[in-house]
Ligand binder design. Structure first.
Ligand SMILES: Nc1ncnc2c1ncn2[C@@H]1O[C@H](COP(=O)(O)OP(=O)(O)O)[C@@H](O)[C@H]1O
Ligand SMILES: [Mg+2]
Length: 383
């Protein structure tokens, strides 16, 4: 019976309606100086029920614009937006459902609470709009305030409580209508660093418990890594990679993604050999480097590429090491950063970074061998 149940579950998963489905979305702005900006450049993305998808990218890459388009606060120039199976925007058929008809909640960086209302009234607001009965409002608001840990603040006004507490109020207000879908625009950026970690984990716990779908904007890669089921790395209005955090980190599709998530060593070079099994040799300033071809790429001998690897994958030893991807050099600088040691190794033609653990990590000026496995080296397009 086990087999048939599994098949059934798989089928159910396949037919589940996405919480959000964005198709070929385009949004342009005209700047004051007349210059046109393509803030969203043909983005397609879906978020499954209960899934936590993070939009990650540097300032100005289009994260807020994409979120505001989904929320109905901004109207795209092209494309389509479906929310929980219902079309809310379609440029082709000129269908536009306004924000209040989209059936979702949003949490902003700026909290956006009504200063003249108490905490209780702020959280009750969406329910009053939905004409929920009074006793039911009382029950649900009390429950939501309890869930975000501030039942004792119900009668306070926003200016009487801290930033972290205000964001808890905004979160309760987003939870209370039970929409199954919440959009977040850098909700923790204005909160004290001390409270940020706490809120991050609480929010994640709530999301897992309640099971709402989340589309969450941040420019903070560690926030993205810890929270996301999948990360969409954005650059210049386009999705550069959409994958689970481990995959974005361990198998970056482009140099842009590799450099944005974590620290990298990168060298430019020319493909000199193609090996069976997908390996490639690249001629660089430090000689031959062996690596793997990144997902979706194919090369021929002579192609101009970049080789990229992470400092934590560099093994540093005092002994001479021979073989592929081993280089002799001297340690230029070595600093202890608490969890590990970071070193800059001078290989002559180039300097590379290496992260290592433990007291055996060589000191500055030591002559060392630096080795990286070809499995940890990615051969990526020059971009
Ligand atoms: N209302 C607007 N008018 C003109 N340009 C805008 C407007 N909103 C956003 N932009 C531009 O669109 C691009 C993306 O902005 P935004 O979505 O806010 O980026 P992010 O949230 O990733 O920092 C930027 O170049 C920004 O200057
Ligand atoms: Mg923004």
């Amino acid at each position: 019976m086990g087999v048939s149940r599994e098949t059934e579950e798989t089928t159910l998963n396949q037919v589940q309606t996405p919480a959000i489905e964005v198709t070929n979305l385009v949004k342009r702005f005209q700047r004051r100086d007349g210059e046109r900006v393509q803030a969203i450049d043909d983005i397609s993305l879906s978020v499954n029920p209960g899934e936590f998808v993070v939009l990650l990218g540097p300032s100005g890459c289009g994260k807020t614009t994409l979120l505001r388009c989904v929320a109905g606060l901004e109207y795209p120039d092209a494309g389509r937006i479906d929310i929980q199976g219902k079309t809310k925007f379609n440029a082709d058929s000129k269908l536009v459902v306004p924000a209040e008809g989209r059936g979702l909640s949003m949490v902003f960086q700026s909290y956006a609470l009504w200063p003249h209302m108490t905490v209780f009234e702020n959280v009750a607001f969406p329910l009053r709009q939905m004409k929920v009965e009074k006793s039911e409002i009382k029950r649900r608001v009390t429950g939501a305030l309890k869930r975000v840990g501030i039942p004792h603040l119900a009668d306070s006004h926003p200016n009487q409580i801290s930033g972290g507490q205000q964001q808890r109020v905004a979160l309760a207000r987003a939870l209370v209508p039970n929409t199954g879908l919440i959009l977040f625009d850098e909700p923790l950026s204005n909160v004290d660093a001390r409270v940020r970690d706490e809120l991050r984990f609480e929010l994640l716990e709530m999301q897992r418990e309640i099971g709402f779908a989340a589309l969450y904007v941040t420019h903070d890669q560690s926030e993205a890594m810890t929270m996301a089921d999948r990360i969409a790395v954005l650059g210049d209005g386009k999705i550069r990679q959409l994958a689970p955090p481990e995959e974005v980190y361990e198998r970056p599709a482009t140099r842009y993604v590799a450099g944005f998530v974590g620290t990298i060593n990168e060298l430019e070079g020319t493909v000199t050999e193609l090996h069976a099994g997908g390996g490639v040799s690249v001629d660089t300033a430090i000689g031959k480097v062996g690596g793997q071809v990144g997902a979706g790429s194919q090369y021929v001998v002579g192609d101009q590429v970049a080789v990229v690897w992470r400092p934590e994958n560099v093994r540093v030893t005092l002994d001479e090491v021979s073989g592929v991807n081993s280089w002799r050099g001297s340690i230029d600088a070595s600093v202890f950063v608490g969890t590990h040691r970071e070193a800059l190794i001078d290989l002559g033609a180039e300097k590379i970074r290496a992260f290592g653990m433990g007291s055996k990590f060589p000191d500055a000026e030591a002559q060392v061998s630096a080795t990286v496995s070809p499995e940890d080296v990615w051969v990526l397009p020059r971009d």
